[in-house]
Design a protein around this ligand. Structure first.
Ligand code: CMC
Length: 374
């Protein structure tokens, strides 16, 4: 047997096989380039593709949307819990708790078959936006807006959050961001979900763990930091340039830049940039876009580092006047499709994921009885 190799952070390690997504030659889901999906499909169609393996026909999409609409409700005790959580609870933490709690009410909770997992995945896809919107209102002492049965995933979420119909341009921009966020191979949260699933645990447990992994600012939490960065950078090109150069000199990480896999740029960021800019124009906040351009130029020149998807996503959600702590939950409202697809794929051909560690501790030694220890 050859000696084991070690790659810090598992960089470059092939840790499994998948038919869901490829990052080779540009990101694709089940063989479709994400740019093509953005052009020619909706988020609901892409969600169906990830969960069911093929793009839906019109009747398949209609039936899928009917199932999602019917599942847009929470068990009343969960609404009581959302209202009772401390006011300091972040929306993402409330979502993590809620996904765990939803398992107790799911009729398929103990059925880990492929078909039951697809049913549970569809229900979670439908319930997650309801959790986010209901927590938003209940944590303020307000009354949630009932889900709309006639709207697709993204439009219903905006309606539940605001109580008014969103504009077509807002819905399109949010859908594009959700398509781009939906799936990304063995990213940290998806890998966490697959590890949990590989023990023959359940889908809700895997998604709960995935949300925990998504929270960190090196992963999904980065989109919430983007607006902080743009605000801190100042309102003029000169101030922004100085701010980013100083931050780099202090060895700070600029959230929304860099990627473990994409070293020459993230195709998703290029696609969403146009929507962020249009939304900023519509909102009269184009100044932030100009500051963003300056930061991009300095990051490319000084660090050869390029924006990832979180960079335009944070700006888009800000231009849409969504509150910052909602940004990572919105990521989860889309990535649930990728997480669930991976859990199902893992279980269809399961082997426990259990790697090895390179031991760096003390040499073998004898236990001293407690009275003899110094
Ligand atoms: N700003 C400044 N320096 C950076 C950045 C950044 N955004 N990213 C990496 N570096 C530096 C890092 O400080 C290190 O420098 P040194 O060698 O001097 O210590 C070097 O680059 C290598 O860093 P690393 O963490 O080993 O590189 P990685 O390829 O493992 O990092 C990353 C990938 C995404 C964790 C990192 O680029 C990062 O922290 N980016 C900011 C957070 C972020 O935007 N995350 C979202 C990722 S993509 C979408 C998603 O998952 O949500």
């Amino acid at each position: 047997m050859s000696s084991p190799t070690y790659s810090p952070g598992l960089e470059g390690v092939i840790a499994g096989e998948t038919a869901i997504c490829s990052v080779e030659g540009g990101l694709s889901y089940r063989g479709y380039a994400v740019g093509d999906l953005v052009e020619h499909s909706s988020f609901d169609e892409t969600a169906y593709l990830l969960l069911h393996g093929e793009l839906p026909t019109a009747p398949q999409l209609a039936a899928f949307q009917t199932r999602l609409a019917a599942a847009r409700r929470l068990p009343p005790p969960l609404n009581d819990l959302l209202a009772a959580l401390p006011s300091s609870t972040t929306p993402l933490d409330a979502l993590r708790t809620s996904v765990s709690a939803l398992a107790h009410f799911d009729e398929d909770a103990n059925d880990q078959s492929h078909v039951a997992n697809v049913r549970k995945a569809e229900r979670l896809l439908a319930q997650i936006p309801v959790v986010i919107a209901n927590h938003y209102w209940l944590s303020r002492g307000g009354t949630p807006h009932p889900a709309r049965q006639d709207l697709p995933h993204a439009a219903n979420f905006l309606f539940m959050l605001r109580g008014v119909d969103p504009t077509p341009a807002e819905v399109k921009a949010l859908e594009v961001s959700l398509i781009l966020y939906a799936e990304h191979e063995f990213n940290a949260s998806t890998f966490a979900a697959r590890v949990i699933a590989s023990t023959l645990s359940d889908l809700h447990a895997a998604v709960t763990g995935a949300i925990g992994a998504l929270k960190g600012p090196l992963h999904g939490g980065a989109n919430e930091k983007v607006v902080d960065i743009l605000t801190a950078a100042g309102s003029t090109a000169e101030a922004a340039e100085k701010w980013v150069r100083d931050a780099l000199a202090r060895k700070e990480r600029i959230m929304g830049f860099g990627h473990r896999v994409y070293k020459t740029g993230d195709v998703r960021a290029g696609i969403l940039k146009e929507y962020a800019r249009k939304a900023a124009e519509a909102a009269g906040s184009i100044g932030l876009e100009e500051v963003a351009e300056v930061i991009e130029k300095v990051m490319a020149a000084e660090k050869n580092m390029h924006p990832n998807l979180d960079w335009p996503a944070g700006r888009l959600y800000h231009a849409m006047k969504l509150e910052i702590p909602l940004y990572t939950p919105i990521f989860a409202m889309s990535r649930i499709t990728g997480w669930a697809a991976h859990v199902i794929e893992q279980l269809d051909n399961n082997r426990l994921i259990r790697p090895r560690a390179l031991y760096k501790g003390p040499d073998r030694r004898a236990v001293q009885p407690i009275g003899e220890r110094k």
